[in-house]
Design a protein around this ligand. Sequence first.
Ligand code: UFG
Length: 372
Amino acid sequence: MVAAFRSNLHFGAEPRAGRGNYRQMDRGSKPAVLVTGGAGYIGAHTAKALSERGFFPVVFDSLSSGFREAVRWGAFVHGDIRDARAVAEALDEYGAKSVIHFAGLIEVGRSVVQPDLFWEINVAGTTSLLTAMRERGVERMVFSSSAAVYGQGGRGPLETIPEDATKAPSSPYGDTKLACEWMIQAQCKAYGLSAVALRYFNAAGADPSGLIGEAHEPETHLIPLAIAAALGDGKPLTVFGDDFDTPDGTCLRDYIHVNDLAAAHVAALEVALPAGAYEAVNVGTGTGNSVREVVEAVGRATGRPVPHSIGARRAGDPPSLVANASRAKDLLGWEPTCSDLDRIVADALRWEAQPAYGSGRRATSRKIESTN
Ligand code: UFG
């Protein structure tokens, strides 16, 4: 498969002389892929999947929210995507002709109060990255987009979302992801880049190895917070609203195992596309679970009820986000294989009980000590 990918994308450009040759030896004949944000949650799982598929991931990360401990496959370059020169040097150094772009801010709630920062890092950062990519002749990009580009629009709570659905982001975070998509699409047309924007639904779970997992600081995502509450770190979960127009009144989301998501990136890198092509693809399961259902699943997995209370709605939260995932299958040949909610929660729990890095480690160590 790697061989097919190489012939499709004309891989094999040799790095520069000198240090570049050393880097070539370092990775053998494996095609290098620059992975911005590769020390983060989804980036690290994707780096592992790339390595297992015969690629050489070059993680380019500022470590502002990622973890050095999460970089275990390929090489690491410490840098910021807004520094086009540093990106260009990393591309040169490893002879990378493809980029998977994760780096950026992700917290929906924070984007509502700090929209300027989100535009600076997510949009200006992607502009800068694209400039370096164009200068260095990068041929394929996979972009970390989001279901947040859809918002609720006029959609009913039980309707799944196809890629051509109305785009009505309900947060500045979603605005920035949509703006990046437009910019990437325009550059594909203008400069012959081919790109796939993957619109993630709710990434969750962890690699069963226990080496990498979810470690956001601060943690804002439902599943790790529900697990922490069940295991008794002192903070009950707040359910953000139970008066939505959904079957049980809590928000519906499409939870996708992070390893399924990682596999979608490899498929998007390998799919044959002509120069100039731009494709947007949902990455979800097509099944929605409510916040209440997640709380119950965490209760089953931990054997303890999740202490929780009902709070106000969180700004920027659409009532439901569930993918129509048929395009991923048709275009990428990708389907989820491990995204059953109980499996996701079991893998998340294994990680949260013994995280290899991140603040969860400290909280959990305290908790395990106090319960043992
Ligand atoms: N929730 C709670 N209490 C919490 C945390 C979350 O009730 O303490 C609820 C939220 O209101 C939401 C659901 O749980 O209904 C999931 O919330 P998350 O914060 O786990 O995830 P989001 O749906 O807000 O966002 C995630 C990613 C975004 C992406 C989005 C797309 O973080 O980047 O999925 O679906 F855009």
